[in-house]
Design a protein around this ligand. Structure first.
Ligand code: AMP
Length: 252
């Protein structure tokens, strides 16, 4: 069985985001970029399936500017077998919207015929939480989102999902799309020797045009702004004073 893992290059989760002065988006100048953390978890799970001999091949796919090759090389160093870059733009600031990503992934899937897609539940840069769901709909495959546990048996995936107020376990028939949540596993680090070796491994490249997909944005970003700064708090001497304050502000 082949497992396909889409991996997105995003601003590293430890970086403090700066909004571009003109409000057009996030300032990416000299900013550390990394693999989307949920995609690391998806990839770790795919590698574990391979180690357990439940999968034969792990194919990673990244969509974006040529720089996304770095993310693919990290994926190869972690243990992916093959890497495919879908080169969609020269502009590292351009974000490809979920529907276009899903259409591109569908074109790759039609070609590669994986039995399982393991994607992140969301990309931490735009928080769309949409690509996996759209991809499942385009393919007509079952989907299991927000996975915190996954087992495969007899052509079926049993997935425990993190839902509001608890956990839900469902079964979906393969081929299927599973999107992963934070508690599924702890991803391994790509070791330095493996990163060095991955530099020499081939990364296949295709363009959106070759796959016949239009990636023109359908959404227009009107404005990007910093979150409001929190007002400083006030220390009150006792519960009575707290209650009086809350009454004053008509909270109780
Ligand atoms: P989103 O719907 O944008 O929040 O992304 C959900 C998941 O779709 C991510 O965690 C990735 O697995 C995949 N994905 C989204 N955008 C890309 C991209 N440009 N390249 C590769 N994978 C992507």
């Amino acid at each position: 069985m082949k497992v396909l893992v889409p991996v997105k290059r995003v601003v590293d989760s430890n970086v403090k985001i700066r909004v571009a002065a003109d409000g057009s988006g996030v300032d990416l100048a000299n900013v550390k970029m990394s693999m989307n953390p949920f995609d690391e978890i998806a990839l770790e799970e795919a590698i574990r399936l391979k180690e357990a001999q439940l999968a034969e091949e792990v194919l990673v796919v990244s969509i974006g500017a040529e720089r996304s090759q770095e993310t693919l090389r990290t994926a190869l160093a972690m243990g992916a077998d093959r890497a495919l870059l879908i080169d969609t733009t020269d502009d590292v600031h351009a974000d490809i919207e979920p529907l276009a990503v899903a259409k591109l992934l569908k074109a790759v899937i039609d070609d590669e015929q994986p039995q399982l897609v393991l994607a992140g539940k969301q990309a931490i840069d735009n928080d769309m939480n949409a690509t996996g769901q759209m991809l499942a709909a385009l393919l007509g495959w079952p989907q299991a989102t927000f996975a915190s546990a996954l087992t495969l048996e007899d052509g079926t995936a049993r997935v425990t999902r993190e839902v509001d107020g608890g956990l839900q376990t469902i079964e979906v028939k393969l081929p299927a799309v599973v999107t992963v949540d934070l508690r599924l596993n702890e991803p391994r680090y790509a070791s330095l020797p493996n990163l060095m070796k991955a530099k020499k491994k081939p990364v296949e490249t295709k363009s959106a045009g070759e796959l016949g997909v239009d990636v023109e944005p359908r959404l227009e970003i009107l404005k990007t702004s910093e979150p409001q700064t929190r007002q400083t708090g006030e220390v009150v001497p006792d519960v009575d004073a707290l209650f009086a304050k809350l009454q004053e502000r008509k909270i109780v």
